[in-house]
Design a protein. Structure first.
Length: 95
C-alpha cells in the first residue's frame, strides 16, 4: 500500500491516506492512530488519477528491484527474488 500523511487541511489529529488493493480493486483509505488502535475514517474506490498513481508507483518499485538484482549480479552475487504485492524478498549468495 502507498501511504502518506493527509495534509490537505488541519483535522486536529494526524491522518493518513493509503492507496492499495482490496480484492483486486484499487481503494483509498483514510485513517488515523488512536493510541495503539487504527481508526478507519473512510474507504472508497480509487478514482482514475489515484489508480494511475498507484500503478506508476508499483512499476517504479519493480524497476528498482530489477536494477538491484542486476547490480548484485554484476558484483558476482546470485540473487533470487520473490515479490508479494508491494513487498519483496531477495535471497543472496556468492557465486
Amino acid at each position: 500500500m502507498l501511504e502518506k500523511e493527509d495534509s490537505r487541511k488541519s483535522y486536529g489529529e494526524v491522518r493518513y491516506v493509503g492507496i492499495g488493493l482490496m480484492d483486486n480493486v484499487e481503494v483509498v483509505i483514510i485513517y488515523t492512530y488512536r493510541g495503539k488502535k487504527i481508526r478507519i475514517i473512510s474507504v472508497r474506490r480509487a478514482n482514475k488519477n489515484e489508480r494511475q498513481i498507484y500503478h506508476n508507483a508499483r512499476i517504479s518499485f519493480l524497476q528498482f528491484l530489477l536494477t538491484l538484482l542486476l547490480a548484485l549480479n554484476i558484483l558476482g552475487i546470485s540473487a533470487l527474488m520473490q515479490v508479494y504485492s508491494s513487498t519483496a524478498l531477495i535471497i543472496c549468495s556468492n557465486h
